[in-house]
Each structure stands twice: as structure tokens, then as C-alpha cells.
Design a protein around this ligand. Structure first.
Ligand code: DAH
Length: 338
């Protein structure tokens, strides 16, 4: 029996040196110390020994058990330490590696222009107003003095939806909505999207406009000229010249198309301005009394002016882009330049 004990002792110590994981250690523990473990089994057999043998073998058995226990404990500690070291190594961060730069987004060039235009007018005291892009016939046309048989409707190439709805062809309907909601005075600027069935170097089906409206008791055309001139000089430079050409819009009377001196040649005449020295940037005029009627304002008591401009056209001039369709092709190599 002593031989058996010594063999178990030696075998267990050898097995311990081969153990690589805590799980393996646990099964080894069961193999020796478990209910049917080798050591347990031998010790159970001690009852059969003679009185003389029992204390000697008992002492040896206890000693071996204690030693093995200690060896198991030491191995457990060593394995735990290794496991921790491995975990630390796995989770370690190399602080000498260069950082990863987050990819910053930035405003689309058209948005940059839109924000610049809007901020020039808000600094002059205009408030930002917005309205729906899905409009009714009434707000987009009728209330703006453009009845359904009016020839000006043909110029708009409207996207019609169902039930008298359409995609607004300009931001002008917001004039009507704003005046319906408040009594005069009104001083608003309306940045937003508009839609027309159109696609060439200077037109995309979706585009942006900025509308302006000022209504008060004694508003005159010269104030309109003053405000637009100040705007154009802030945007295109202090020596920008202005030209107001008579024009027709259903919702203003008189109406004008407004040109600035060419941003490329300064007025000499070049390819960009078709040799004229002038570039058209917006439409404007004094609010037509019919528009005031539509919103319940008294044309005898108030006057006003309105204007509207295409933002892509302005961005075009600011950034010298020959084809505005490139704004919407989402080519990052193009967009990153701004
Ligand atoms: N709504 C016009 C367009 O889309 C632009 C415009 C012209 C707006 C004259 C105005 C204005 O407010 O007075 O072509």
C-alpha cells in the first residue's frame, strides 16, 4: 500500500507539470482527490490494514495528501498569474501608434453659399422663414397673381402631384404663408429648395432659392435697390456695380431683373458674361396689390418689395463652376475642393 501511495504521489507530481490550464488542473484534482479519485480510493482501503501498519501508512498518506494539496495550490496560483499576464498582453494598447484621424464632414458648397446669403440678410434685420416643399396650386401660383390660364405658368415646368398638389417651383409661396400668419410689418428671408422639370448646364430638377420680402407702411423701390446693392457688394466685393432691368413677374409691379458687373472681367466683357459685362443674379420688384389682396393686407396702407435668387447660380459665380450639375453628382474629389 505504501508503494501504491508513493506511485500516486510521483504520478500526480508529473501530471501537474504538464497541466496548462485551470480547467485541466481541476479535472486532475478530481482524478486524485474526487470521491472515486485514486488517492481517496487508497485511503478508503486503510480500514483493512493491520493495527501495526495503519499508523505508519496513515501518516504517509496524510503527508502525501498535504504535499499534493500544496502542489495543486501552487500550480493553481501560477496558472492564474499566467492567465492574468496573457489577458494584460491581449488588452494592451500601443500608445506609440499614430492616431486615426476622424473624417470631418463639411458644408456642401451650395449650403455654404446659402448660409452666406442668409446671414447677410439676417444682419440687415430680416428673419428666416420657411414653408413646405409640397405646395398647393393656390400658394405656388394663384395667390401670387398667377391664375391657371396665366402664360407665366408655362415657364415653370412644374412637377405636379395628385389632388392639386405640386413641388413648389419657387420659394415665393412662403411670402403668402408668412403674410397670412402675421400683420405688417414683415421682413423675412426664405432659404429653401425648389423644383422644376429642367436639366442642363445651368439647371437641375432640384435647386435652391432665397426669397426676400419686406412689407411696411412706406417701403419704396429705392430701399429695395439699396438693400440689394449692399447685399451684392458684401457677397461679391465693394466695387460691384448693379443694373436693374425692367422685367415682368406676376407678383411684383414694377419688376426688375438685377445684374451685377461680371465677377470675372469686372465689366469689360468676357466669355463668362457673354461679352456684355453683366451677369443676372436675381429677380425683384414692388409687391403687386393683387398679392396683398390675397392675404388680406390693405394695398392702400402698405407697400413692399420682394426678391428671389437662385443659390446654385450664386455659388457658380462665387466658386467659378461652369456646370451646376456637378454640385449634385456627389463626386467627393469635386466637393472636397470647397
Ligand atoms: N420666384 C421667381 C422665380 O423663381 C423669382 C422672384 C422674382 C422672386 C421676383 C421674387 C420677385 O420675390 O419679386 O423665378
Amino acid at each position: 500500500m505504501q508503494d501504491a501511495l508513493n506511485q500516486i504521489h510521483a504520478a500526480a507530481l508529473t501530471a501537474l507539470t504538464a497541466v496548462k490550464t485551470l480547467d485541466a488542473l481541476e479535472s486532475l484534482r478530481v482524478q486524485y482527490f474526487g470521491r472515486n479519485g485514486q488517492l481517496t480510493t487508497v485511503m478508503k482501503g486503510m480500514g483493512k490494514l493491520s493495527k501495526a501498519e495503519r499508523p505508519v501508512v496513515g501518516k504517509l498518506a496524510n503527508q502525501i495528501r498535504a504535499e499534493l494539496n500544496e502542489a495543486f495550490e501552487r500550480t493553481a496560483q501560477e496558472l492564474q498569474r499566467q492567465q492574468q499576464l496573457q489577458q494584460l498582453a491581449d488588452e494592451s494598447v500601443d500608445i506609440t501608434l499614430p492616431g486615426r484621424k476622424p473624417a470631418y464632414g463639411k458644408a456642401h458648397p451650395v449650403m455654404q453659399s446659402l448660409e452666406r446669403i442668409t446671414s447677410i440678410f439676417t444682419q440687415m434685420g430680416f428673419q428666416i422663414a420657411t414653408g413646405p416643399e409640397v405646395e398647393t396650386d393656390y400658394y405656388n401660383f394663384d395667390a401670387l397673381n398667377t391664375p391657371s390660364d396665366h402664360p407665366a405658368r408655362d415657364l415653370h415646368d412644374t412637377f405636379y402631384l395628385t389632388d392639386g398638389h405640386l413641388l413648389r417651383t419657387h420659394t415665393s409661396p412662403v411670402q403668402i404663408r408668412a403674410m397670412e400668419q402675421q400683420p405688417p410689418p414683415v421682413r423675412i428671408i426664405v432659404p429653401g429648395k425648389a423644383y422644376r422639370v429642367d436639366y442642363d448646364v445651368s439647371h437641375t430638377p432640384m435647386f435652391h432659392q432665397v426669397e426676400g420680402l419686406l412689407v411696411d407702411t412706406h417701403v419704396t423701390f429705392s430701399e429695395l435697390k439699396g438693400i440689394l446693392t449692399s447685399f451684392a457688394r458684401q457677397l461679391f466685393g465693394a466695387d460691384t456695380q448693379m443694373r436693374f432691368r425692367p422685367h415682368f413677374f406676376p407678383f411684383t409691379e414694377p419688376s426688375a431683373e438685377v445684374d451685377i458687373s461680371c465677377t470675372v472681367c469686372g465689366g469689360e466683357g468676357c466669355r463668362s458674361c457673354g461679352g456684355t459685362g453683366w451677369i443676372e443674379i436675381l429677380g425683384a420688384g414692388a409687391v403687386d396689390p393683387e398679392v396683398f389682396h390675397a392675404v388680406g393686407y390693405e394695398p392702400e396702407q402698405v407697400t413692399g418689395f420682394a426678391f428671389g435668387m437662385g443659390v446654385e447660380r450664386i455659388a457658380n459665380l462665387q466658386f467659378r463652376i461652369p456646370d451646376i450639375r456637378t454640385f449634385y453628382e456627389n463626386d467627393l474629389r469635386f466637393l472636397r475642393q470647397f
